[in-house]
Ligand binder design. Structure first.
Ligand code: ARG
Length: 575
C-alpha cells in the first residue's frame, strides 16, 4: 500500500524528469543532476510550467543567453503527450505541459495519498532534536515563549512528515539564584492552596513581592542566597520545596500545551546539568582551553565575540556552561544528526558562543547545531494589561472569537459555537506567530488576527469548512480516476500547479526552518480555490464537471487540512 503510494509520487515527477532528459540531449555538457537543479517552476503559468534559464550555460559556452534559448527550443524534442509546446522567452526556455495529462496525474496522486501527500523519506534514518518552548519556572509564560512553542512544534511536525525521527525537548529554566529568593518569599508569604491553583501566577507574584520588599529589608537577599546554597548542596527541605514549585509549574504548562495540541517527548531542565557543567568546565581548565580571568573561568573566542563566561567568581555554573553539558549529554543519548534551538533573537550571541565553544572541541558536531531565532510580538495587550500571560491571552482570544463569530454570522446551523470559538481562537494566535518569516517582529492587532479575511488562521479555517460544506451539498463522491478534461481552464490549472508544488513547500520549509512557507502557501491555495469557486458554478453544473470539480476541490481540502495540521492551526469541519 505504502509502496504503491510512493511509486505514484515518483511517476508524478516524470514530467520534470522528461524535460530534464530532453534538455540533456541538446545540452550534454550539463549533467542530469545539474539540469534538475536548474529547471524551475515559473511563478506565472503564462511563462510555462517549467523553465530552463540559460545564463549559466551561455556563460560557459560564451554565447548570448537569448540566442541560446532560441537554439535550444528549436533543437529540443519532447514527447507531446507530456509536453505540448516549448518556446523561448528572453533567456529562458519555457515548457508548456500537456495540461490534461499533468492534471490527471497530480489530482490522482493527491487523492490516492490523502493525508500523506507531501510526506517523503528524505529524513529516513536521521534524528533531529528540536528544543523549544523552554519556559522559566516562576516567571510568566509570555508571548515570546508562546512563539518558540508554536514555531518549534510546527518544525517537529514538518520534520516528522519528511521521515525524520524527531525528539522534541522542553528545556526548563528551573535553576539559578532566583529559586533561593523564591523559597525565602514562599516561607514568608506563600499560600499552598494558591500554589496548587495558579502556580505560575502565584510564584510570579512572590517573585515580584520579594523584589519590592528587598528594598526596605536588604537582609532578604542573603536569606535567598542561603536557600539557594542549601538547594545546591541537596538539603532535603530545600529540594522538596523546589521540586514542588517545578512540578506544579509543569502541570500548568502542560495544560496550555494540551490546549494547543502540543506534546513534548522529553522534559529537561537546567537543573539537570550543574554537576556535569562543573565537570566539563574543570576539564576545559585542565586542558588549558579555559583560563582564569578575574577569579572567573572563561574561554576566549577570538575578536568577533566576548569570551565565554563558564564559571562565576563564587564557583557556580552558568547558563552557558549548563548548555554545554546538556548538548554533550544529548549527543550521547540521541546521536542526533541535527539539533535546533528555537529561541528568540535576544539570545543570538549566547548560541554563537555555544557553537564557537563546540567548534574548538568538536568541529564535526558544531556544524549540526543550529539556533533558530525569531522576532518579537509587538503591541500586544489584553484586557488585563500589557504583561501578558498565555492563559489570559488564549481565553481572551476565545471570548473575542465568539463575539466575532456571532457578529459575522458565519456559522452553520447545529454547530457548537463555543467549540468553534475555541478553535478559531487557537488558530488565530498560532497562525499569527507563523504568518511571516520568523526573524521578523510581528505587530499584533486583535482585529487582524481574528479577521475572516486576509492572511489569518480564521480565514483558512473558514475556507476549509466552506469546502466541506460545498462538497456535502454537491453530494458527489470523490473518485481519483475521474476524467479531468472538464477542468480545462486557468483557475483549475493554477490550483493543480500549486498542489503539485506542495511536497517542495514542505521540503523548503524544513530546509530553511520556516513554517511560514507553509502558511503563505496555504493562503495562496485558499485564494486560488476562491477564484475557482467564484468563476465556475459547481452547484447545478453538469455531472461530468461536478465530478471533476469534486476531485480538484477535495484535494484542496485535504492539502489544507494537512498544512493547517503542520502549523498547529486546528481545522474546523463545520462552521
Ligand atoms: N529558558 C530560557 C529563556 O526563557 C530559554 C532556554 C533556551 N534553551 C537553551 N538551551 N538555552 O530565556
Amino acid at each position: 500500500m505504502v509502496r504503491a503510494a510512493f511509486s505514484t509520487i515518483n511517476k508524478m515527477i516524470d514530467f520534470k524528469q522528461h524535460v530534464v532528459e530532453a534538455l540533456h540531449k541538446v545540452c550534454p555538457s550539463l549533467t542530469l543532476e545539474q539540469l534538475t537543479v536548474l529547471v524551475e517552476v515559473p511563478p506565472d503559468a503564462k511563462m510555462g510550467d517549467f523553465a530552463f534559464p540559460c545564463f549559466q550555460l551561455a556563460k560557459a559556452e560564451k554565447k548570448n543567453p537569448k540566442q541560446l534559448a532560441e537554439d535550444i527550443s528549436k533543437a529540443i524534442s519532447c514527447d507531446t503527450k507530456l509536453v505540448e509546446r516549448v518556446a523561448a522567452t528572453g533567456p529562458y526556455v519555457n515548457f508548456f505541459l500537456n495540461r490534461t495529462a499533468f492534471m490527471a496525474q497530480i489530482l490522482k496522486t493527491v487523492a490516492d495519498n490523502a493525508g500523506q501527500y507531501g510526506h517523503s523519506k528524505l529524513g529516513q534514518g536521521k534524528t533531529v532534536i528540536v528544543e523549544y518552548s523552554s519556559p522559566n519556572i516562576a516567571k510568566p509564560f509570555g508571548v515570546g515563549h508562546l512563539r518558540t512553542t508554536v514555531i518549534g512544534a510546527s518544525l517537529t511536525r514538518i520534520y516528522s512528515a519528511l521521515g525524520y525521527k524527531v525528539v522534541g525537548i522542553n528545556y526548563l529554566g528551573d535553576w539559578g539564584t532566583q529559586f533561593g529568593k523564591l523559597m525565602e518569599a514562599y516561607s514568608r508569604w506563600g499560600d499552598d492552596a494558591e500554589l496548587a491553583k495558579h502556580p505560575i501566577q502565584h510564584l510570579y507574584n512572590l517573585y515580584v513581592r520579594f523584589h519590592k520588599e528587598v528594598e526596605t529589608d536588604p537582609t532578604l537577599e542573603d536569606k535567598g542566597r542561603a536557600w539557594f546554597q542549601k538547594l545546591e548542596s541537596g538539603d532535603a527541605a530545600a529540594v522538596s520545596q523546589w521540586t514542588r514549585f517545578r512540578e506544579e509549574s509543569i502541570r500548568e504548562f502542560e495544560r496550555m500545551y494540551a490546549e494547543l495540541g502540543i506534546h513534548f517527548d522529553v522534559y529537561e531542565g537546567e537543573s539537570d546539568y550543574p554537576k556535569a557543567a562543573d565537570a566539563a568546565v574543570s576539564d576545559l581548565v585542565t586542558r588549558g582551553v579555559a583560563i582564569e580571568s578575574e577569579g572567573a573561568i572563561v574561554v576566549p573566542l577570538g575578536d568577533d565575540m566576548p569570551p565565554a563566561l563558564l564559571r562565576k567568581q563564587d564557583g557556580t555554573t552558568l547558563y552557558l556552561s549548563r548548555d554545554l553539558a546538556a548538548i554533550d549529554a544529548r549527543k550521547k543519548k540521541y546521536h542526533f544528526d541535527k539539533i535546533l534551538y528555537v529561541v528568540g533573537s535576544e539570545q543570538i550571541l549566547h548560541f554563537k558562543q555555544l557553537k564557537a565553544l563546540l567548534e574548538k572541541e568538536q568541529p564535526a558536531w558544531a556544524a549540526t547545531v543550529e539556533h533558530i531565532p525569531f522576532g518579537r510580538i509587538q503591541g500586544i495587550s489584553t484586557r488585563k494589561g500589557t504583561l501578558v500571560f498565555l492563559e489570559d491571552l488564549l481565553s481572551e482570544t476565545q471570548e473575542r472569537a465568539l463575539e466575532k463569530i456571532r457578529e459575522a454570522k458565519v456559522l452553520d446551523v447545529n454547530v457548537d459555537e463555543n467549540e468553534v470559538a475555541r478553535k478559531v481562537g487557537i488558530g488565530a494566535i498560532v497562525f499569527n506567530d507563523l504568518r511571516t518569516r520568523r526573524v521578523k517582529d510581528v505587530e499584533f492587532s486583535w482585529d487582524k488576527v481574528l479577521s475572516f479575511e486576509g492572511e489569518t488562521g480564521p480565514y483558512l479555517q473558514y475556507a476549509y469548512a466552506r469546502i466541506g460544506r460545498l462538497m456535502e451539498k454537491v453530494g458527489v463522491k470523490v473518485d481519483s480516476k475521474t476524467d479531468v478534461t472538464p477542468l480545462n481552464q486557468e483557475e483549475a490549472w493554477a490550483i493543480t500547479r500549486m498542489l503539485a508544488n506542495y511536497p517542495n513547500v514542505i521540503r523548503n520549509a524544513a530546509e530553511s526552518n520556516e513554517p511560514s512557507f507553509i502558511s503563505t502557501y496555504l493562503t495562496d491555495l485558499a485564494s486560488a480555490f476562491s477564484s475557482f469557486y467564484q468563476n465556475h458554478r459547481i452547484l447545478g453544473a453538469s455531472p461530468e464537471f461536478q465530478k471533476a470539480a469534486m476531485l480538484l476541490v477535495g484535494n484542496v481540502r485535504s492539502v489544507l487540512h494537512h498544512g493547517l495540521t503542520l502549523l498547529g492551526v486546528p481545522p474546523i469541519e463545520r462552521m
